[in-house]
Write a protein that binds this ligand. Sequence first.
Ligand SMILES: [Zn+2]
Length: 684
Amino acid sequence: MKKQAVRLIQLFYCFGLLCVVGTAVASPAAPGIAREHTRFIDYDIQVRIDPATRMLEGKSIIKFNKTRDHVLKLGAQFEVTHAYVDDVPFEPEAAADQSHVWQVPYAILRPHRIEIHWRGLLHALDETLDHEQTLGRPVAVSGAAGTFLPDASNWYPRVTDGLIHYKVQIELPAGQRGLVAGRLVDEQDTDAGYQARFEFTHPAEGIDLMAGPYEIASENYTGIQGEPILLRTYFHSQISPLASDYLEAAKRYFKLYESWIGAYPFSEFSIVSSPTPTGFGMPTLTYLGINVLQLPFIKDTSLGHEVLHNWWGNAVYPDYQRGNWSEGLTTFMADYTYKEQESEDAAREMRLGWLRNFAALEPGQDEPLARFTSRTHGASKIVGYHKSAMLFFMLRDLIGEDVFNRAIQGIWGMQRFKVTAWPHLQSAFEIISVRDLHSFFDQWLQRTGAPNPAITAVRQEPVESGHRLHITLTQSEPPYQLRVPVAVQTDAGEEMHLFDLQHAEQTFVVDIGDKAQSVILDPDIRLFRHLASGEAPPILREVMVNPTTATIILPDNGETRQTAVMLAEKLQRRAPQILSVNQSIPAVPVLIIGLHHEVDAWLVARDLPPKPDEINGKGTAQAWTLTAPQGASLAIVSAQDNASLESLIRPLPHYGRQSYIAFDGRQAIGSGIWPVQVQRVEIP
Ligand SMILES: [Zn+2]
């Protein structure tokens, strides 16, 4: 089940795959059980690491409070130099993969003390690994630039199936500093070397250790209940000037979430840099690539998400077998909240982006939210993060912000350090709001797909007080229970009405003063729903990632043609299916790549609109989407010459969320998303 506890977070959209993983997070124990009250295995570990020689020497005392059989496992690259249970030698067996294994049988009735000493060489740190490679390899690595010992690498003799408490003492040569998740009990940093002791007294699933030539910056923060919280950065020297900004940002998040939810449940929070471009999150710390930390927006977005996971995920544990709610709630209270703080438009843009991505899912990629456990691919993120965040957004709309926030605080008060499932959340929201939310949770958690509400008829008649509107809303069977916002536009302005749509077709009557000119369905995108065709003009990614997309390569000259094919391959992450230039536009999405004069001529020949004003004449290359009259989405890439086309190969795949973009060489110099065409019905 360990793998299910892996928590993946997309740090930012355009780079796609940076994620965060927590090892010391929730267990699949029965929901509602306070893990504090179950019995744990205690480790007392002392580890000395020399990154120059990559030698690790460790010593661990393990205490079992016996409830069942356990297995201890230590990586194959280590040599066991001492292994005793009480005073009796306790030799390991060799597993098939040559790792050392100790069976600790249930038959040992009273608490026992197992002591193991081990030593061995860690793998060399490979700084060229990308994020996925780092994630996919549970390998303990060390080098002058950094040491990372993920729990799953078996860098210490660890139980493979139980919850633990631990103490870890780390010893490193001078100039190196290191940490594990937990409370810093003691620290000595001298010319003779570095030593730090950590303690983790909440239930954990494992221990990840990080070290490096860090410069440490600390701030003492006083929590909402007056408790001291140690905020730290462990940064490589090249980014140490960023430390104070990160610490300031962390304080901002602590202020926000302590007042919104409740007191921070731990005594420290550290931001730790990694020499590889990765991103991991654990209780009390986040481990992010140097390159990630250098991005200017990380402290305003992902950092807050990471801080918030110390409430949702690392303190209130998701019940992975019954669905992971923590990514949705964290996305709603972090990423989405920052958009709301920015502006209503930015928030609406984010909601629209979620619906747009959902609309771009292929059949079969969608699954019920209740089945989401962790992010394994893009599609699971769209459900597990976005649909889930939208659930909380709609819930807040339904029960009101005050009630919503009181329920959030209630969940925190009741479920801290407990395994918590969706039904726990539901009952908290029901109790505080005094409402039956069964059908609300049921439809958003158990169903795949999304509702498709539409306005199908509007009739207006004069009445004594003004005008009466009869608005007919429809949706597919089986119907969702929806509170549908409908804007009525009159001479005097716009007024919003909420209609409780419960059937496949329902007519609502509303009296208004001034005569209505039109009605608009959900103009603010407050419902999780299928966007109507034409409601959301395409973004580049819709064409780029669609497996049915065909490609038209306009240049016939060898070199430029080759560049164009390479670009198509990069954008689609597969060999492009190339159509002949003279073929008429097919019904599937099409990617068109060419030089300016070729693209212009191609558009004219097909009676399509020319390059849009937003990007026309800007920079050396442009890309934009267009809906062909027959309904197919087109993405067009136009460059001034072969070199400009080649310059797009690296950056362009990262801009899939845009509808149009201009580049000067490799530099994006302007981009945007075509505005939404809302579902508007004019009233004659
Ligand atoms: Zn997350």
